[in-house]
Ligand binder design. Structure first.
Ligand SMILES: [Zn+2]
Ligand SMILES: [Zn+2]
Length: 105
């Protein structure tokens, strides 16, 4: 549900910034070159595995209580954007999933 909320917020932001642009044009003021709009284009997309540390968990086997260490791995999707207007890059990362090496609940 939060994703939808974020999308709506994004649309609202676009509408808002669009209005600001309109107001500036009506004002008759010319915008300096460095305030030109970004032309973000996806340059690279990759998955990064980040160490999320470890934790211990217990399980029962043959009426014995065992303790094991479980490794947590975060899978992060990284998108690299490049703007040829300003010759700059930016990265956006989103957590896709968190993986546990051990089988436990
Ligand atoms: Zn830019
Ligand atoms: Zn775990």
């Amino acid at each position: 549900m939060w994703k939808r909320g974020l999308m709506l917020a994004g649309i609202f932001f676009i509408l808002l910034s669009g209005e600001i642009t309109h107001a500036e044009i009506e004002d008759g003021s010319t915008r300096p070159a460095e305030e030109k709009e970004h032309n973000w284009q996806v340059q690279d997309t990759y998955i990064e595995k980040v160490d999320g540390g470890d934790h211990k968990f217990t399980y029962w086997k043959n009426f014995m209580r065992h303790t094991r260490t479980c490794q947590i791995i975060h899978h992060i999707k990284v998108v690299v954007y490049y703007c040829d207007v300003h010759d700059e890059t930016k990265t956006e990362s989103t957590l896709i999933k968190t993986e546990h090496s051990g089988r436990h609940k």
